[in-house]
Ligand binder design. Sequence first.
Ligand code: NYM
Ligand code: MG
Length: 209
Amino acid sequence: MTRGAFIVVEGVDRCGKTSQTMKLVESLQQKNIKAERMAFPDRTTWTGQVISNYLADKNCKLNDQAIHLLFTANRWENVEKMKEKLSSGITLVVDRYFYSGVAFSAAKGMSIDWCLQPEIGLLKPDKVLFLRIKSDTQKSRPGFGEERYETSVMQQKVNKIYDKFSQSEDNWKIIDANSSFDEVHEDLLNNIVESVQNVANSNAPFKYL
Ligand code: NYM
Ligand code: MG
């Protein structure tokens, strides 16, 4: 049996990742492609609860390095589960990954190199789809500003780091997310179907960071 594809959807807050990843899983299943959604941070685990409290409480004073490592630990906690699912032929559509970890921490002033170190050895996605939206579109989305990091200054810095990734990484694809939900959905879906086929045709082994 060929493994499923490991797809990551990245982008600033309120760019539509959550609703798109949910709809993508439905559409893939309709095409008889086994697919499941995951999201980072995974707020259901012990580290996820600490992270969720940190994000909700802007007065919570947790050291920047410590929270960075908790976000990373939250990914490491899920590695075995991800491998099992992919090995059983399930395509994973993942809402954020270590790119968010690096982008948000580096936007606070931390070194990108330092931020990357604890991520080394994690599974490498087959494709990263970067939803790029204009900051005006983002600010008009309901809920923007509720959690820590949801300020225009911070989000612009994060976007710059995403742009760097999109230029330096071989697995990134920029998706224009300013158009309608359905258009963005089609664009994402076509890219994912292509990746699923590529992984199946090449019998690709797992890749690691
Ligand atoms: N975030 C997310 C990080 O700072 N580091 C990480 O490693 C990850 C995965 O958490 N503002 C930030 C980005 C978001 C916040 O994510 C919560 P979401 O997708 O809004 O639940
Ligand atoms: Mg958010």
